[in-house]
Design a protein around this ligand. Sequence first.
Ligand code: BGC
Length: 764
Amino acid sequence: MIKKILIVAGIISTHFLHAQTRDAKSDSYRMKVYVDALMKKMTLDEKIGQLNLLNPGGGVATGAVVSSNVETKIKAGNVGGLFGVIGVDKIRRAQELAVNGSRLHIPLIFGSDVIHGYKTTFPIPLGLSCSWDTVMIERSARIAGTEASADGLSWVFSPMVDIARDPRWGRIAEGAGEDTYLGSKVAAAMVRGYQGNDLSAKNTVMACVKHYALYGAAEAGRDYNTTDMSRIKMYEYYLPPYKAAVDAGAGSVMSSFNEVDGIPASANKFLMTDVLRKQWDFKGFVVTDYTAINEMIEHGMGDLKTVSALALNAGIDMDMVGEGFLTTLKKSLTEKKVTLQQIETACRRILEAKYKLGLFDDPYRYCDSSRARKEVLSIDKRQSAREFAEHSFVLLKNNNQTLPLKKSGTIALIGPLANNKNNMLGTWAVSGDAQLSITVLDGIKNIIGSDVNILYAKGANISDDTSLAKKANVFGEKVDIDNRSPQELINEAVITANNADVIVAVIGEASEMSGESASRSDIGLPTSQKELLKALSKTGKPLVLVIMSGRPLTLPWESEIATSILQVWFPGHEAGNAIADVLFGNYNPSGKTTISFPRNVGQIPIYYNHKNTGRPLKGDVWQKFRSDYLDVANSPLYPFGFGLSYTTFSYEDVRVSTNNPKGNQSITATAKVTNTGKYAGEEVVQLYISDPVASVTRSVKDLRGFKKIMLQRGESKDVTFTITTEDLKFYNTGLHHVWEPGEFIIQIGTNSQDVKSVKLNWTK
Ligand code: BGC
């Protein structure tokens, strides 16, 4: 097959044929020979053309522009890849333009934002991370990759691995939360899931790790905003998930919009070359984010020619949509602002990606309509979507064991998200059809028997604010404002509630109130819904809140008045079925929040692994001349790692194999965990380590391990973690990754606050 394309391309090479027989020299040798031969045929324009990624429109454009004259450019060899083209037929047609219409017949690479599932939509990534189940998360990426590749795609702009400690930032929905250790495990799992063991297989896709780097640290949580941080913090907390994805073999990386150290990421040689290439040995290609090169003009880095040259010099290989490379690199070459070698290196990396994906072997390998018909939106994928959603929910409160609900009596299902298809998928579900979602009302009807009577009332608009509604509705109607007045809606809800035994209020954000360019300065429930809750709480009925949101909301009052709170993020297509399963106890919730819930916005950034300061607050009660606030506690409302179950767990007998380890010895830490409640259930057992004395100040504790276990009623298990000196390491002032001997506190528990600890003294 490869031979075929070489012949088509007119570059049949004896080298290549030779290489085929030398299998000991491996695939990479064959790839080099192939790409060498191809590049010998390419003009400078064609080489620059490979660096050009276009979005012909028709899909969702996330920037101000979409590309024009795409067909002409493809035929002229001016395009390396496309994204935003959805479906086998369209992709095949575009590929034909390149393969039949361009001089060297070089196939295009087709990408897309496959963020949490493809057409079958899974919970938002923040929700998935709350499962702490990396095997399941890997499976979710595997399924998404299979479905996307069945529909013509070979490249996905995922995983998003940006650590975020500021829930004002709307894109916190797209990542794995605040923790570096967990975030790194999730990053690697996603890459493995997408890419499988063989990128050239028809059902695998190339991952694109984003947004490199530090995009989640935008000041004040305002999207695209400046980031500024010390190198120690960067290496310790923000860079490891990108590295984990690279180590897992990610084929590509996306540069971020923000600046780092005064240089926008896409011109940042430190990030793109020193760290990514030299320190991490990344071999794939780097694509910018949407028009990120052009945006450096606004950043104040110069005109398009200048910023395009800066990007190439920094180590960027592919230019997304902006066409700065296409239109200026030739001139910069004659002016000696860039070198031919830089252009060729970038071109080679993109051709290599196509080679690895098997596109030279068969440019239509992902364009099999019979596969698309069979695999896209297949029943088994929906079943997985339901399972993933159930595992992503976090039970925040459950007084009087109100949940699980009894399958008898009358339930008042109330709230603007209770019977709403438009908001179940959450942000960045560009290929998901919202109308295929299961609403909570339908989900409950699907599983309850005739003994349960279900009453429904909308109760409130998601928001009564028409200006907010307009902003949330850019991708279709997410906030629909009812013809009835807010008071009429509330009155109906109260009458409904009064006729029921229990109220289930499904409330929260519209899906586009988080995501890109969806930052909020007030992350509370919209006023319309607070008013509804006030009225409902006055009925005196048990009040169960089911909260959908792309971020942790500030819920201090809500957590007082509610009987139970189930945080469901945005669950995806199977929302209603999964919520019903959990509400009625068909599945016992096991999620733990991967992001701290602030009490108010003033506490932000708030994260569990903060530093101590020289005047730490002991306990959570205000003290003069201590690091605290006059008007709010230091602690979050719900800490990182927190989540209840319908059963209860006890932790006892936390012990280590030795209290005096030496050198590179590895030790074990064990806790006996017992299911002390009435249901079988899963528990995420968490290991934290503190290093109270070091040559640089350390955080109060850091997650260093976790295990999700299943315990039957009354069952106990010893849960054991292996600890090595790798787990003690940190970046010192010389940015060396070291451990220093001395005292360490090993903690095992059910969340970041509630742990049992043992001390040990680890000597060199
Ligand atoms: C986003 C990226 C996304 C790209 C392509 C950008 O606006 O920041 O995450 O992959 O658009 O759609």
